[in-house]
Design a protein around this ligand. Structure first.
Ligand SMILES: NC(=O)c1ccc[n+]([C@@H]2O[C@H](COP(=O)([O-])OP(=O)(O)OC[C@H]3O[C@@H](n4cnc5c(N)ncnc54)[C@H](OP(=O)(O)O)[C@@H]3O)[C@@H](O)[C@H]2O)c1
Ligand SMILES: [Zn+2]
Length: 371
């Protein structure tokens, strides 16, 4: 029997960038759109069923608690959202308009289907994720309660996986995994994750060490050591303890057989980190550029053609990942190999979340509860 479509309101809450160029968001009411051909409407917030009213969480059967946890829906807060909101990404063709809804790590349930989606395999009530690539249409951003998504490109969320932990996988986890694949590092190889305590970085450490059999050296600021080691790194290197690039590259090489690493995944937009990255490589190594520096467009300072030629090294860019890789990352999480470290905030506290992200006070990922 087909699932009954839930009732959809004519409008809903959304957090918009009200003063692009600065860290500022405002909650407004927007019309809830109708799904067009090939689209589904996704509800990005959930409420606890009245059936359970009056129960204390602590008195519930663990299975019911798990079901409720899975039904609350979330959106992760990525450093890319900060770069776009503050107009710091000089590679974008035009500044972000006032009133833009941000966010690109949304998890919710399908509540309405547009025409022509029957063959997509997606049904009413399915739990799905909305990713970065979907934001190209400019309408489907996830800091709001309802969002349109293409039926053929939303990502099914495995049963039993907490929505708050699934959300960061839709950009951070997927991007980290895809970049590691692009590095061509093989089991047993050494890899540096630069920015290893951040949203992308801590997931890159887990995927590299636990899913791909790589040996991880995590680099970040001093306060991030614990989350990096918990995420499977064999070594943590505190970047602030080295005043010279030679000093940190010699140290990293000494940790990796005295030769250096097979791959460096740069998961921070720091130009300083990019400048250091080539110095960590061994013969035939690869730097994968993932972080997007803000402000002026600065070339990678350590990239000398002659050194790249004689050392047979590569520098490649990596943008998010594809639908198959997204499904694989969610499967890692469903099987317990990958677990995002999340800090949950309310939609009303989104501006503060961005301020904390910009100030470098965070470990792992902030996720917004859209309830
Ligand atoms: N290529 C893609 O498709 C893609 C997708 C998503 C995100 N991104 C980009 O990837 C980057 C990371 O995003 P995110 O959300 O993971 O950001 P994040 O949570 O802020 O993580 C970045 C981490 O790098 C650390 N860091 C800063 N300077 C460093 C340095 N010199 N060396 C080593 N670590 C340093 C930061 O420390 P503090 O917090 O102390 O500053 C933080 O722990 C951003 O530039 C984002 O725009 C790219
Ligand atoms: Zn992102």
């Amino acid at each position: 029997m087909a699932a009954v479509a839930p009732k959809v309101p004519s409008n809903h809450k959304a957090a918009v960038y009200d003063k692009p160029g600065t860290i500022s968001t405002k909650i407004i009411t927007v019309d809830t759109p109708e799904p067009g051909p090939g689209e589904v409407l996704i509800k990005l917030y959930g409420e606890i069923s009245l059936t359970f009213a009056g129960f204390q969480f602590s008195r519930m059967h663990p299975m019911i608690e798990l079901m409720l946890m899975c039904d609350r829906t979330h959106s992760g807060v990525c450093h890319s959202d900060l770069g776009v909101m503050t107009n710091s990404w000089r590679v974008l063709p035009y500044p972000v308009p006032e009133g833009q809804v941000g966010g690109h790590e949304g998890v919710g349930r399908v509540v309405k289907m547009g025409p022509g989606v029957d063959s997509s395999g997606i049904k009413i009530n399915d739990r799905v994720g909305v990713k970065w690539i979907s934001s190209a249409c400019g309408r489907c951003s996830t800091f709001q309660q309802y969002v349109l998504g293409p039926a053929a490109y939303v990502t099914p969320i495995p049963d039993g996986l907490d929505s708050a932990e699934a959300a960061p996988l839709l950009c951070a986890g997927l991007t980290a995994y895809s970049a590691l694949l692009r590095s061509r590092a093989r089991p047993g190889n050494w890899v540096v994750i630069s920015g290893a305590g951040g949203g992308l970085g801590h997931l890159a450490c887990q995927i590299a060490s636990k899913a791909m059999g790589l040996r991880v050296i995590g680099i970040d600021q001093g306060t991030k050591g614990e989350i990096i080691m918990e995420s499977g790194a064999e070594h943590f290197v505190d970047v602030t303890r080295f005043s010279q690039d030679d000093g940190i590259s010699n140290h990293v090489k000494s940790l990796a057989d005295g030769l250096g690493v097979d791959a460096v995944i740069v998961c921070t937009g720091s130009n300083h980190a990019y400048r250091q990255s080539t110095g960590f490589l061994r013969f035939s190594g690869t730097v994968v550029c993932v972080g997007v520096p803000e402000g002026a467009l600065i070339p990678i300072a350590g990239a000398c053609p002659s050194a790249l030629v004689v050392q047979n090294q590569s520098i490649v860019g990596s943008a998010v990942g594809n639908q198959r890789e997204a499904a694989e990352v969610l499967d890692f999480a469903a099987r317990g190999i990958l677990k995002a470290h999340v800090e949950i905030r309310k939609l009303e506290d989104l501006t503060k979340a961005f301020e904390d992200l910009g100030a470098g006070n965070l470990r792992g990922r902030i996720v917004v509860d859209l309830s």
